[in-house]
Design a binder for this molecule. Structure first.
Ligand code: ATP
Length: 432
């Protein structure tokens, strides 16, 4: 298996992901995305939105505020209970998550660890000019509550029929005690979440449906499915609101860890928000004239854990002509750059002009296409391989004679000569 260091180093070297606040020595738990990272991330979020929202008829998208009224988090149970057990080393004063250390010794210096206590993971801030308790607000630790507080708005405006879902992609913040393992455990990250509202007697069917949707999603983006597994979470280990949870785990270089979660949240959140806001959040079925509180199935997906699992799934090493090669075998739909176009040499104006023309045509349709005339062809291929570009198109002397180009496939490193007018069709077919 690929080491985490290999992935971190490739991600930095090729402009995917950099440590946050890098020139100041970083800020633990934060990472910044470079041009390729942001392209990869946008592809994932867009594919998710398409599969979980646009392609369906029962979904409503929202984009809610990161800062929310503190009452939201009192109602949801986060103020009282969104905490991890913390232990501090009596010698070096470093802090650890109690359930992440083996035994009673400090993993850093071997000192004695103190008593475990609960540490709330929400980032607290003050809204407005007053720093009193009335002005306290929290950066949201999950996108879900933004959805619950908009449940009534969606129902009143769109009159959806049960079952239906509300979806959101956005940042979440958790003051993790020990952020680690690159972008696996961060303090600022993104989630892609659906709250799917059902009648109580329909929850098992809906749970199973979403379980299948999540597995299909993993496969569709190109995760190594032999590394994906499901774990039924025992009642004692489930979050306070859940009556059933399945974790989708991935075999990361540092072990098998949670990739996504699927939870049956019952009517816990709507009940709590009714109680705390004194607003009627019941659903009225206009056909049966029934009033009810819908129950909720929640598929929750982390963007960064997806990116890390994708990098691990796609990383390959092989040899071409006796030279070692590293490449990312991304699916074309996920790849940050879909294709690169090269003129064989850069000092022949008619070759460069023709290559520019091919480039412009492809860019118009596929967007993230790159033009590269630096160094020799071999080096250009290697650069594109390392960032996972599926195809390299080379314009050479023969192009000027018969209108054909070579298209090189990243995975096989084989070149095919085809007429320019057919290049787009080839990409289109494989991009689906
Ligand atoms: P863990 O047990 O690993 O702390 P969790 O069970 O608290 O995770 P959830 O509350 O279920 O996580 O959050 C839903 C999803 O959000 C997770 O499946 C994961 O993909 C993502 N996620 C949660 N915490 C983090 C984090 N600190 N950094 C990156 N992604 C995260």
């Amino acid at each position: 298996m690929t080491s985490l260091e290999t992935i971190v180093s490739l991600a930095k070297r090729r402009g995917f992901i950099f440590p946050g606040s890098d020139i100041y020595g970083g800020l633990a738990g934060t990472w910044d995305y470079g041009p390729l990272g942001v392209a990869l991330k946008n592809n994932i979020k867009n594919l998710w939105w398409q599969k979980f929202v646009t392609d369906r008829e029962d979904m409503y998208g929202v984009d809610t505020a990161l800062l929310m009224n503190a009452r939201v988090w009192e109602a949801s149970g986060h103020v009282a209970g969104f905490s991890d057990p913390l232990v501090e080393c009596k010698k070096c004063k470093k802090r650890f998550r109690a359930d992440h250390v083996d035994g009673a010794k400090c993993p850093e210096c071997g000192g004695v660890l103190g008593e475990s206590r609960q540490f709330n993971m929400m980032f607290k801030t003050h809204v407005g000019a007053m720093e009193d308790s009335a002005a306290v607000s929290y950066l949201r630790p999950e996108t879900a509550q933004g959805i619950f507080v908009n449940f009534k708005n969606i129902v009143d405006v769109f009159h959806p029929k049960l079952p239906f879902g509300i979806a959101q992609v956005g940042k979440a913040f958790r003051n993790e005690i020990t952020p680690r393992d690159f972008i696996f455990r961060m303090r600022e990250f993104e989630q892609m979440e659906v709250e799917y509202f059902v009648r109580e007697n329909d929850w098992q069917r809906a749970f199973e449906e979403w379980r299948m949707v999540m597995l299909a999603w993993c496969e569709s983006i190109g995760l190594d499915m032999t590394s994906v597994s499901e774990l039924e979470i025992a009642a004692d280990d489930r979050a306070h609101y859940s009556k059933r949870t399945i974790d989708f785990e991935f075999e990361y270089p540092f072990g098998k860890k949670e990739l996504y979660g699927l939870a049956y949240r019952t009517d816990y959140d709507l009940t709590k928000h009714m109680e705390y806001s004194s607003k009627d959040l019941e659903y009225f079925d206009e056909e049966t004239k029934e009033r009810l509180k819908p129950h909720v199935i929640e598929p929750s997906l982390g963007v960064e854990r997806t990116i890390l699992a994708l990098l691990v799934s796609a990383y390959r090493e092989d040899e071409i002509g006796g030279d070692k090669r590293e490449y990312l075998a991304f699916k074309p739909s996920v790849a940050p750059i879909k294709a690169a176009v090269f003129p064989l040499v850069k000092n022949k104006p008619d070759l460069v002009a023709k290559a520019r023309e091919v480039y412009t045509g492809l860019k118009k349709e596929f967007g993230s296409v790159m033009f590269d005339d630096n160094g020799n062809i071999g080096k250009r291929y290697r650069r594109q391989d390392e960032i996972g570009t599926p195809w390299c198109v080379t314009v050479d002397y023969q192009t000027l004679e018969d209108g054909t180009v070579t298209v090189r496939d990243r995975d096989t490193a084989k070149q095919e000569r085809i007429v320019i007018s057919e290049v787009a069709a080839l990409f289109r077919e494989k991009l689906i």
